[in-house]
Design a binder for this molecule. Sequence first.
Ligand SMILES: Cc1cc2nc3c(=O)[nH]c(=O)nc-3n(C[C@H](O)[C@H](O)[C@H](O)COP(=O)(O)O)c2cc1C
Ligand code: SF4
Length: 371
Amino acid sequence: MSGIFEESALNGMTLRNRIIRSATWEGMCDSSGASTPQLEKCYQDLAEGEVGLIITGYAFVRGDGRQYPRKMGLDKDALEGPMRRLTDRVHKAGGRICVQLVHAGGQTTSAMAGRQPLAPSAVKAEQFDEMPAPMSLDDIQNVVLAFGHAAGRAKAWGFDSVQLHAAHGYLINQFLSPHTNLRSDDYGGPVANRARFLMETYRGVREAVGSSYPVLVKLNGSDFLEGGLSPDDAVTVAGMLDREGIDAIEVSGGTPASGDRTPVRRKIKRRDQEGYNLGLVPDIREKVRCPVMVVGGFRSYDLLEEVLEKGEVDYVSLARPFIREPNLVRRWRQGNTTRARCISCNKCFKPGFKGEGIYCVVEREEREKSG
Ligand SMILES: Cc1cc2nc3c(=O)[nH]c(=O)nc-3n(C[C@H](O)[C@H](O)[C@H](O)COP(=O)(O)O)c2cc1C
Ligand code: SF4
């Protein structure tokens, strides 16, 4: 049982409360993937707003793992200067920062990836037209190495932890899911085989950062998709990661192919629509010893308080509410505990796609109306 504002530690990383900023692509890096003053300001605001842990937007570990515009990169040593400025700025503002490592796999285009997208099998991703190329064993080993190198850079450049993005239909999730993984070699078939790429990636990352550095994972507790990763298989994968020494599992759910059960659901208006991945947590928690986080639609202070105090989960993660209110945690701590003002409309993606960087469009429209 924990209170929202109780301090804790994850493998030596102290956190001032139990509220996490879940990874949110900001579209604020430059074309090489380097941090910019715009991104520094965004994270400084979150740190000053007293978020317990800021998980960065997804960062590609190799150029062919890119996706949306102005995404963060960790694929080359030349990014060191701007990345160190970013982590310094968060630390000076009293925050903690974890970088999310990703390879987009088939969820991209050759225009963004610079080559035909790679994937476990030739299965098109829902929102992209291009057929990806099935990965050879060499491809697999090289991407595993790229994750390790990226994690080593992250540690050296001052990030307090790393998170593997194994959710939302990206490459690791593509391997986990029977919907996108049709392989008949050691990386396909039964769940232990579909999890092999994730486990090799985890081991490569662990080797790069050592045992006393926090390594987290964002895992779908279900793909909410016919033929996708099932809740039972997700529990098995969580148990495998736990046994190998993962420091925390953040539970999410869905992929862009999951209809109205995507990871970023719209119109969270009532309290009973909040916490839409919470139902996936008990079975995972029963199987693992490591702390568990959950993300998806949390908006009400009293719901966070309830799930933490009842001990249903160890940390609660939010994404969109912090786009509208970077100071949300401080506001709640200071006693104004009204619901987060985000209305879950997803309009914040639009300026990101235009290359401006995300912002709360609703907030800006309201400000402009009121003159
Ligand atoms: C603009 C935007 C960008 C996102 N980028 C990422 C990302 O880079 N990595 C990730 O794991 N999830 C990403 N997400 C999903 C969020 O982390 C989160 O899982 C989802 O929005 C549900 O939480 P919420 O209801 O608190 O927003 C993004 C969501 C939004 C709105
Ligand atoms: S545009 Fe604003 S209100 Fe709409 S989802 Fe994004 S942050 Fe929330």
